[in-house]
Design a protein around this ligand. Sequence first.
Ligand code: XIL
Length: 366
Amino acid sequence: MKTKAILLALSLISLGANAQGLKDAVGKYFLIGAAINVNQSNGNDKPAADVIKKHFNSIVAENCMKGECIQPEEGKFFWKDADNLVKFGVDNHMTIIGHCLVWHSQAPHWMFTDKNGKYVTRDELIKRMTTHIRTLVSHYKGRVHGWDVVNEAFNDDGTMRQSLYYKIIGPDFIEIAFKEAHKADPKAELYYNDYSMAKQGKRDSVCALVKRLKAHGCRIDAVGMQSHNGMDYPDLKEYEKSIDAFAACGVKVMMTELDINVLPSPEHFGGANVSDRFAYNKSMNPYSNGLPDSVAQKVTQRYLDFFKIYYRHRSQISRVTLWGVSDRGSWLNNWPIPGRTNYPLLFDRQYQAKPVVKDIIDLFNK
Ligand code: XIL
């Protein structure tokens, strides 16, 4: 009888642990978030919304706040999807992150050219860029907690990306963007966000940028390490080095777009340049009928390696955001090769938590 009671108590305790969401454990130290899509925030995808509410205390828009979505024509703002997302976040007491104000990719198609198709002048582009920033940041003032102000301004070797913002305005487009965002909502946090952040060239340039922005009196609260990781990249030591380096510049560190690509990488692939495309072939899609247990265990271990780093560096980190909720909706099913079956997130295609979720919860409860 006594043994039965003990067993019952033990199973209730373990049920209790299962009932915990990631945010109940990880959230003791920093925000834990997910990028969400339009169906998830407008109520059409209830199973996903339930997972988001249980496990995450922060959200970011996967696409609907990007330039091409929110200002598809000059002066015509399309607010509906982003407003729904912000309402979902506010209703569920989540910390809402805005992504992103200035990015060469998914920029509005009209941004850089005049009606004759010629590139606009520096002054005109500054005007267009600042109007975009001012309009978005004021619209969500007091509701969006922090913004990715500039996304991906550097190449992996640390040189400046030759984007149209850079070519037309010059390197000070970054500073102008930060100043304008701060003016529009002085209380909002402001971030610089990029991929391949464990590479030395990028690390050094981003550190120099943070110092320069601070020296010029700009607000910058955190550096976002996107963390589109793979099974054998980045090098974990280099990744930790970057966390320390950014923190040493006097900003918080955020993992803003975490996922782990478990599929083979095409030759010459690296980073997370969304315009990279490689042709499909069957050998690059080995797990279309399911992930073998032996591989799944390696992915679990790889996730734990990252979360152990986050735990160790918890005083330097203010947020970890997964780039999606379940494997079903991950962008990595179609990038950099279209039509693959990938397994990069913490919830499977049926929205069930993978075993690693409990391991992460245990790690942060210890
Ligand atoms: C991706 C989205 O997930 C896709 O749906 C979209 O087609 C392309 O962009 N770096 C970023 C994110 O900052 O905005 C990108 O999101 C992934 C890489």
